[in-house]
Design a protein around this ligand. Structure first.
Ligand code: MC0
Length: 137
C-alpha cells in the first residue's frame, strides 16, 4: 500500500529560473538535482525545512519538446503535474491497483529520482490526478 506522500511535482519551463524563484520568494532550498534522460526531464527536489527531511516539491523542466513535461506545459502552462506516494514495493503496489481496475502507465517499473523505481497511474483512473508510485533506492 501507500506509505506517505513522497513529493508533489510541478512543471516549470526553466529549472534554474524556478529554483531562483522558490529560493528568493519562499526561502526553499535544493536537496537534490538530476537529469533523467528516459523521462526527458531536468528535475530538482526542494524543501522548506532546513534539514530537508520534510515534504519535498519536485520541480520538473522538459529536456525535449516531445517529453511528458513539454506536452503538459503546452497544454496547461506551468503548475501541479503529479502527486507521488512512497511505496515499499512498486511492483506489488502496481499489481494491487491493476487488480482494482486502474491502468498503470508502465508494464514494469522505470528509473525515477535518486535511483528509485517508479510507475504511474493514468490520471483518468485517479480522479484527474497523475499519481506516481515511488519505491526509494
Ligand atoms: C495529461 N492529463 C493529465 C495530466 N497529463 N491530467 C492530470 N495530470 C496530468 N499530469 C490528461 C489530459 O489532459 C487528457 O485529458 C488525458 O489526461 C489523456 O491525455 P493523453 O493525451 O492521452 O496523454 P498525454 O500525452 O497528455 O500524456 C499523459 C500521460 C503522460 C500521463 C500519459 O504525461 C505520461 O506518460 N506521464 C508519465 C511520465 C511523466 O509524467 N514524466 C515526467 C515526470 P482530456 O480530458 O483532455 O482527454 S518524471 C518523474 O516524475 C520522475 C523523474 C520522478 O519523480 O522520479
Amino acid at each position: 500500500g501507500l506509505l506517505r506522500v513522497d513529493h508533489v511535482g510541478i512543471a516549470v519551463a526553466d529549472l534554474d529560473e524556478a529554483l531562483t524563484f522558490y529560493s528568493e520568494t519562499f526561502g526553499m532550498h535544493c536537496v537534490h538535482e538530476e537529469r533523467n534522460e528516459e523521462q526527458g526531464v531536468r528535475e530538482a527536489m526542494i524543501a522548506a525545512d532546513p534539514d530537508g527531511t520534510g515534504a519535498r516539491i519536485q520541480l520538473l523542466a522538459p529536456l525535449r519538446p516531445d517529453s511528458a513535461i513539454a506536452k503538459f506545459l503546452d497544454r496547461n502552462g506551468p503548475g501541479l503535474q503529479q502527486l507521488a506516494y512512497t511505496v515499499k514495493d512498486v511492483e506489488a503496489a502496481s499489481d494491487a491497483l491493476r487488480a482494482r481496475g486502474l491502468r498503470l502507465l508502465y508494464e514494469s517499473p522505470r528509473r525515477g529520482t535518486a535511483g528509485s523505481r517508479i510507475n504511474f497511474v493514468h490520471p483518468k483512473d485517479a480522479g484527474g490526478v497523475l499519481v506516481e508510485l515511488v519505491e526509494p533506492a
